[in-house]
Ligand binder design. Structure first.
Ligand SMILES: [Zn+2]
Length: 418
């Protein structure tokens, strides 16, 4: 813990540097280059590789491609001990961030990494550049006191976490396996017990363009899109009504959120719009297959269209263009969880709590396809995906200490390579 404290000023500076990269979807090359160099500098063997589209699309956990899919590389830093006596570990983070929205709505510079009191501000500061830095600095803290893990550790830096989850899946397809994974997403110093899956889809509605003076004869695609949204809201309500069947979600108020995230359509204020496209995101309970959920969404829209006088002849198109991912449950009682709980208790002087989340997490790749303990645990944050996103630095320091203690206990330690 003292060692983490000694390195914390550098860790903050490193986190700020990460925040300064505008690493939105498709623009993560520079930050991945930076990460590559930082891992090389520390002596890790570093593997840098591209997404394998065919392999991803052939895997049940792969999400469909779109034109917006990132082609930035995945970076994995590899530590091999002299003697493999402990349990191996993946430390993962994602460095893609969501758009900032209008910068005038921010009090702080979106990519400035400004610090005010206990908080560092910026898009991605919490989600999850602080965690990406913590992965590296937890290991650095051990090195500072002459120790290294006595087991193989993979430090994985991925992209596409905010849109498909294909980056994490790609590390799995590349063949990286370990006895446990830790992903320090901003989770309020808690451990994620269960998490939903997420489906992205796009609905395209066609209209009939006429001059507005003959509006009665045209079909307004934007008006029509609202009817589809109404129908999707009914589906959302029905899915939420099913929560009693899902052990960890019975107490959640509204675990299934449908977000209409983007809408575009029409060409001219005085022409009846002939097209409208909406981008949607909905959650699914762990245990529900993404394929079944996608089928239900498609059937729902098809059936609605058949009963609608306009849509019957102009059915909306549905395209699945991103997340096609399932939820997961971290089974209680694993040795990895016990080790993390102990480490957390030492770092925080308080027991480790757990909770359920209703967004996408890369941990699902390891929980579902490697069937290893997938620990999603990280610092306190505010406003992730919103304005003035920030991370608590005091929380981050303790989380990093808990991570260093966890690594030391889970992997064991040996004297640092000379
Ligand atoms: Zn995240």
């Amino acid at each position: 813990m003292d060692s983490v404290e000694q390195g914390f000023a550098d860790q903050i500076a490193y986190t700020r540097k990460l925040v300064s990269f505008h690493s939105v979807r498709g623009a993560e090359h520079a930050i991945q280059d930076f990460t590559f160099r930082e891992l090389v500098r520390r002596g890790y063997v570093v593997d840098r590789f591209a997404m394998d589209r065919a392999a991803i699309e052939n895997h049940p956990g792969g999400s469909p491609w779109s034109d917006q899919h990132s082609n930035a590389p995945i970076v994995v830093g590899i530590h091999h001990p002299r003697q493999e006596t402990g349990r191996s570990l993946i430390l993962q983070s994602h460095l893609d961030v969501v758009p900032t929205g209008p910068e005038t709505m921010w009090q702080h510079k979106p990519y400035g990494g400004e610090i005010e009191g206990d908080w560092m501000y910026g898009r991605g500061a919490a989600d999850m550049k602080a965690g990406a830095a913590a992965n590296i600095f937890a290991l650095d803290a051990l090195r500072r006191i002459g120790l290294q893990p006595a087991a193989t550790v993979y430090v994985q830096s991925v992209v596409e976490e905010e849109s498909t989850g294909n980056g994490a899946l790609m590390t799995h397809l590349r063949g990286y396996k370990a006895d446990a994974v830790l992903i320090p997403e901003p989770e309020d110093n808690k451990l994620v017990r269960a998490n939903t899956g997420v489906i992205w889809f796009q609905v395209e509605v066609r209209g009939l363009p006429v001059h507005v003076r003959e509006m009665g004869e045209g079909a307004n695609a934007i008006d029509a899109a609202y009817r589809v949204i109404d129908e999707l809201r009914k589906l959302e309500a029905e899915w939420n009504d099913r929560k009693s069947a899902y052990e960890h979600f019975q107490e959640e108020l509204h675990p299934i959120n449908l977000n209409i995230g983007k809408i575009e359509g029409g060409d001219w204020a005085s022409s009846v719009p002939c097209w409208c496209r909406i981008d949607c995101r909905i959650a699914i309970f762990p245990g529900v297959s993404a394929a079944d959920a996608a089928r239900e969404i498609r059937e729902r829209i098809d059936n609605f269209a058949k009963q609608d006088s306009y849509f019957a002849n102009n059915p909306p198109g549905v395209v699945f263009n991103g997340f096609h991912t399932e939820g997961y449950v971290l089974r209680p009682g694993s040795e990895a969880e016990a080790v993390l709980a102990k480490a957390h208790e030492v770092a925080f002087d308080a027991p480790l709590e757990n909770f359920v989340t209703a967004g996408y997490l890369d941990a699902r790749v390891y929980a579902l396809y490697d069937q290893i303990p997938a620990l999603c645990y990280g610092p306190v944050s505010r406003n992730i995906h919103g304005f003035d996103e920030c991370v608590s630095l005091s929380s981050l320091q303790r989380v990093t200490a808990a991570m260093a203690l966890f690594i030391a206990e889970w992997c064991g330690t040996e004297p640092l390579d000379a």
